[in-house]
Design a protein around this ligand. Structure first.
Ligand code: AMP
Ligand code: ZN
Length: 468
């Protein structure tokens, strides 16, 4: 099958789905208060690559990805229940309602995913529409002694009730001192400083609040991913993905909640994508150095150039993006599409086993996409491989890479028929050049010219055109 790096076990693991023939994957989705930058999109590309590669192995893949439209506070540590909700803050800034903001940026996110060929999830629950799921989860956690309600209307998870806390990130409870993770005051309603709010009591009049047995309020961000993943994917989830920054506290908290409800380790493999830097600095809205897909279009680049740039690096390495990288990626995309269209004019031939093994083996080896890209470049240039065979390989691997490589088929004119005997001479010349017999290659060039065929040597191999 295939292998992925599991953040929890800190090793590359063979992925064997719990259910035969079916892979279930949960992907932490966006908080919809702004356009997603290409850094965010790289995190979603990770789960798309896992999905496409798993489907290549014949697995049916079920993906759930949440939409956070309430409850994600600007203060990531989330100790302040009065803290600013990212969506409410943007609503105020833009003079709109919270849900207008949320739906607008959700639509923009889906449009970006379409442009990047990121397949839509099978389930895309919104936090604001999953409140019942969350309050049920919280009630279960209170009943089983994992959570407690304060008289403020907030409900906290009792971190010390979950012995395995910290397994993903290594941030064990005994090393989490106040002031390390928490800046500012520790919420006095917590029994223990590392407890976190599952539900946040809110002052009346605040937008997006709900009535509960504990009081009026809104859900904590970590609550939704447990409630939704258990609801849509069940108690056994093969893979959970997200950006590396979600490892802690988001995924630790989610794991504690889900496992406490299910009475078992719910997620079998945690897979995280590394960050994108732009010209050396972390891409983040707060620092203003972001690239949106729209910025690529403004520069005349295909949005899929971003996908190429990501594929040139392994998902768990930081990627320092520059405009030069994106322009080079755009060039690769155009060149490969043109090549595929040209090869499509030749008779189809089976894939060459050696290249196929290298390319698909690289994808199975913890998504080593850079190795797959290198092998494709070599294949494109390899004079020994017939065009029809290159065509089949590029089209097959594009099922996973999803770069729309066959897009220009039909746009490159079919070659005119070669004069009798020219085919053999062309083949003989390729062989002569491979043996560095340049005298023979020049002689063959002259013979071809006499037949009306001009040959040229390009980085991608020998090409020809008719002169009459
Ligand atoms: P957010 O919308 O802020 O919740 O972030 C959405 C996703 O993007 C999360 O999975 C983050 O881990 C991820 N993310 C945020 N910044 C970056 C970055 N610079 N590079 C890659 N992923 C990022
Ligand atoms: Zn999540």
């Amino acid at each position: 099958m295939f292998r992925l790096y599991d953040t929890r076990t800190r090793s590359v693991e063979e992925i064997i789905p719990a259910r035969r023939g079916e892979l279930r994957m949960y992907t932490c989705g966006p908080t919809v208060y702004r356009f997603q930058h290409v850094g965010n999109l790289r995190s979603y590309l990770l789960s798309d690559l896992i999905r496409r590669n798993a489907e290549r192995h014949g697995l049916s893949v079920i993906v759930c990805q949440n939409i956070t439209d309430v409850g994600h506070l600007a203060d990531d540590d989330e100790i302040d229940p009065e803290g600013e909700d990212k969506i409410l803050a943007e609503a105020r800034a833009e003079g709109k309602s919270a849900l207008e903001i949320a739906r607008f940026y959700e639509d923009a996110f889906r449009a970006d995913c379409r442009l990047l060929n990121i397949a839509p999830p099978d389930f895309a629950p919104r936090a604001s529409e999953s409140i019942g799921l969350m309050t049920d989860l919280i009630a279960t956690l209170i009943d089983s002694g994992h959570a407690y309600a304060a008289d403020t209307g907030s409900v906290y998870f009792d971190a010390r009730s979950f012995a395995d806390y910290g397994a993903i990130s290594g941030n064990r409870l005994d090393s989490l001192r106040p002031g390390y993770r928490f800046e500012g005051d520790v919420d006095e309603h917590k029994r223990f400083h590392a407890d976190w709010a599952l539900w946040k009591g809110a002052p009346t009049g605040r937008e997006l609040t709900w009535e509960t047995p504990w009081g009026t309020g809104f859900p904590g961000w970590h609550t939704e991913c447990s409630a939704m993943s258990l609801q849509y994917l069940g108690n056994v989830i093969d893979i959970h993905t997200g950006g590396i920054d979600l490892r802690f506290p988001h995924h630790e908290d989610e794991r504690a909640q889900s496992n406490s409800v299910a009475g078992r380790d719910v997620v079998r493999h945690w897979v995280h994508g590394e960050h994108v830097l732009l010209e050396g600095r972390k891409m983040a809205k707060s620092t203003g150095n972001v690239v949106l897909l729209a910025d690529l279009a403004d520069r005349g680049l295909d949005p899929l150039a971003a996908r190429v740039a990501f594929l040139e690096h392994r998902y768990r390495q930081q990627l320092n993006l520059t405009w030069q990288t994106l322009e080079a990626a755009d060039g690769t995309l155009r060149r490969w599409r043109e090549r595929v269209a040209t090869w499509a004019n030749e008779p189809s031939k089976p894939m060459r086993a050696d290249y196929a093994a290298r390319i698909f083996g690289a994808l199975d080896d913890d998504l080593d996409t850079p190795a797959a890209m290198r092998a494709l470049r070599e294949l494109a240039k390899d004079d020994q491989v017939p065009a029809g065979s290159k065509f089949e390989t590029f089209v097959a691997v594009d099922q996973v890479l999803a770069l729309d490589l066959p897009r220009d088929i039909g746009r490159v004119p079919a070659p005119q028929a070669l004069p009798d005997g020219a085919e053999d001479l062309l083949e003989a010349r390729v062989a002569a050049r491979a043996e560095k017999d340049f005298a023979a290659s020049d002689r063959l060039r002259t013979q071809l010219a006499d037949l009306g065929v001009a040959v040229a040597d390009t980085p991608e191999g020998q090409t020809w055109s008719l002169t009459r």
